[in-house]
Design a protein around this ligand. Structure first.
Ligand SMILES: NC(=O)CC[C@H](N)C(=O)O
Length: 265
């Protein structure tokens, strides 16, 4: 398994690297004598060449976009996505990866794109309307095991309004019919009365692109990170034992053993 880069311009990149999840997985693998997951901070285009997958963290997407533009990162980020390498956008990172964003600040913001969906920035309201919710994520539970639900931390989170045909919806979230949603432009107020409950999409996958509207790096549950790490191999459907096997086989001196998977024990 290669090196995981975390775009470190702004936002919760440190939580992805040093926080619970990558580190716990690293320790878990270390404790099983499985080396191989290393998180590195990415700030320059050339650094993308040395990583095999990338996490774009949450934060503030307009600021992050300005910094990415300043560092001339957009062409290299787009190339990384087009090469089919795994990229996971969490919250602001999801906005970055989307082909289209609404509710942007005046003047708009540049997007990396690649993920065929439309996201709405700040869909659930302002900072004080941030919330946590138990989400049903059948794909995560089936691949990673554990509880049926995952605790999603939504911080001034976006929601996905529309997805293209290639996009797999991994989780959605019901909006109560009486909830008033404020768009980030603060002008348009949407009131939902006709439909008793509406669901918005909060986690998607398209090929090797993963997008979550919430922050898995802020919870102790490592399943999203584990799921993402497995996307690097072609054995995306394998269990966590297969991560072990992938890293073990990858470190083997005989390159032919690399694909002798999975090895369950
Ligand atoms: N927690 C987050 O990443 C918030 C995203 C932020 N609302 C944005 O539009 O960029």
């Amino acid at each position: 398994m290669g090196v995981v880069g975390v775009l470190a311009l702004q936002g919760s990149f440190n939580e992805h690297i040093a926080g619970n999840n990558l580190r716990t997985l690293m320790f878990r693998m270390l404790s099983l004598r499985r080396l191989g997951v290393k998180g590195v901070e990415i700030r320059k285009p050339e650094q993308l060449q040395s990583i095999s997958s990338l996490i774009i963290p949450g934060g503030e997407s307009t600021t992050m976009a300005k910094l990415a533009e300043f560092h001339n990162l957009f062409p290299a980020l787009r190339e990384f996505v087009q090469m089919g390498k795994p990229v996971w956008g969490t919250c602001a990172g999801l906005i970055f990866l989307a082909n289209k964003a609404v509710g942007q600040k005046e003047g708009g913001q540049e997007l990396v794109g690649g993920l065929d969906c439309t996201v709405h920035r700040n869909y659930f309201g302002s900072q004080i309307q941030s919330f946590e919710a138990e989400l049903l994520v059948p794909e995560l539970t089936s691949k990673e095991g554990g509880p049926d639900t995952f605790r999603g931390v939504f911080i001034r989170a976006p929601a996905i309004l529309e997805v293209g045909p290639e996009v797999e919806v991994l989780a959605d979230y019901p909006i109560p019919s009486n909830k008033v949603l404020y768009s980030s432009s603060a002008v348009e107020i949407q009131e939902e009365s006709a439909v008793p409950e509406k669901k918005v999409i909060v986690a998607v996958k398209q090929g090797k692109l993963l997008g979550t509207a919430f922050h898995p790096e802020l919870t102790a549950d490592t399943r999203w990170h584990s799921y993402f790490l497995k996307m690097e191999s072609d054995f995306g459907g394998a269990t966590s034992d297969a991560i072990v096997a992938v890293s073990e086989a990858a470190s083997s001196s005989d390159p032919r053993t690399k694909y002798d998977l999975p090895i369950f024990r």
